[in-house]
Design a protein around this ligand. Structure first.
Ligand SMILES: *Cc1c(COP(=O)(O)O)cnc(C)c1O
Length: 371
């Protein structure tokens, strides 16, 4: 709304910037609410936790708020211990940073030299290719096969690559690759390539064939597993994510990371939420039932969606999704159109609360009939 048009880049900017565009985030709820004079908005464009803030978080934040004149623990020692225990490793296998996005930056800074190849899926999380381009590395894009990441082809492309990034469940398709598939992939990788498993949505995947990262970490020293507190743990606004990998890999992150990447509030909240089983279970159940309901309701509208193991559904709207997304805004519904993944008729829709899901389907009905 109040954004002016993007100014041109300064002529002294690094050349790599010319190939990049700023990340376009989903519309904010406040923004849409104000623009259309709505009392509430169903924000289903950014894969956030629809259950809102757990009461535990409020207490945890208040408990540390009087200490914010001090720098935070630079190493996130307490949080790293807890995360390490979950993956059955020692804390020197864990690096916590300002969201997985920041972990990805550390990965790039630590491992991607100019000209290095970085294998990624298409479509997948767009930050991977951007990161490579930013560092003058070369993204090598391997298309999905029947909407799943094509691990055999990605492994083949890794022969002369430095890094392969596997998003599992994949954003935006919501599909998974299985434990056995990932293990076969890791076995076939040359020792000259790092395997990165971005498991931002792992906690939503109910499929028993979903990889057991702890087991794989014990077997494959070139594996880096990424997890975030932004999705099922509901802390997207605080920015905490982490990597689990061999100490030699974590040591590299510790060289390139910011001195104090995770602030005091974020550390306290992440510690409080890690064993908030009631909240995580409620989020999982809400997502499991909501995802099934959404898929069935979209099918009733004659729309094809991809079976998802994440907290979102990719759906073909059969017409320009940018238009549909815009037409949904006055109804107080935000979705993510697929243009950024070169899927112009598709949209990624986050599973909301039951009420939000009903609101989406009702609004979608109105919009699709209206034309
Ligand atoms: C949301 C998301 C992230 C970003 O996580 P943050 O911890 O919020 O930075 C990383 N990877 C994927 C695939 C995501 O969808």
């Amino acid at each position: 709304m109040n954004e002016s048009t993007t100014p041109r880049l300064h002529p002294l900017a690094r050349k790599a910037l010319a190939a990049l565009e700023p990340y376009v985030p989903g519309r904010s709820a406040e923004d849409v609410q104000k623009q259309y004079g709505l009392t509430s908005v169903a924000k289903l464009g950014s894969n956030e936790n629809p259950l809102g803030v757990s009461p535990r978080i409020r207490d945890a934040l208040l408990a540390v708020i009087d200490g914010v004149h001090h720098y935070p623990d630079p190493t996130c020692a307490a949080l790293r211990r807890r995360v390490a225990a979950r993956f059955k490793v020692t804390p020197d296998h864990v690096c916590v940073a300002n969201g997985v996005d920041n972990v990805l930056t550390c990965l790039g800074l630590a491992f991607l030299d100019a000209g290095d190849r970085c294998v990624v899926g298409v479509p997948t999380y767009t930050a991977y290719a951007s990161l490579a381009l930013m560092l003058n590395a070369v993204p090598v894009e391997v298309p999905v096969r029947e909407w799943r990441l094509d691990l055999p082809r990605m492994a083949g492309a890794a022969a002369n690559a430095k890094m392969v990034i596997v998003c599992n469940p994949n954003n935006p398709t919501g599909t998974i690759v299985t434990h056995d598939e990932v293990e076969g992939f890791l076995k076939s990788l040359p020792p000259t390539a790092l395997a990165v498993l971005d498991e931002a949505y792992a906690e939503f995947a109910g499929d028993p064939a979903f990889p057991d990262a702890a087991t794989l970490l014990g077997r494959y020293p070139n594996l880096v597993v990424l997890r975030t507190f932004s999705k099922i743990y509901g802390l997207a606004g605080l920015r905490v994510g982490y990597a689990v990998a061999a100490p030699e890999i974590i040591a590299c992150f510790n060289v390139v990371r910011e001195p104090f990447p995770v602030d005091r509030l974020a550390q306290a909240a992440a510690e409080a939420t890690l064993d908030d089983e009631a909240y995580v279970r409620a989020a999982y159940e809400n997502n499991r039932t909501g995802r099934a309901w959404l898929a069935a309701s979209l099918a009733d509208l004659g729309l094809r969606s991809i079976p998802s193991q994440a907290n979102f559904v990719l759906v073909d709207l059969g017409r320009p999704a940018n238009d549909v997304a815009r037409q949904l805004l006055p109804h107080g519904v935000i979705i993510r159109p697929g243009a950024m993944w070169r899927l112009p008729t598709w949209a990624r829709i986050t599973v909301g609360t039951a009420g939000e899901n009903r609101r989406l389907i009702a609004a979608l009905k109105t919009v699709l009939v209206a034309r």
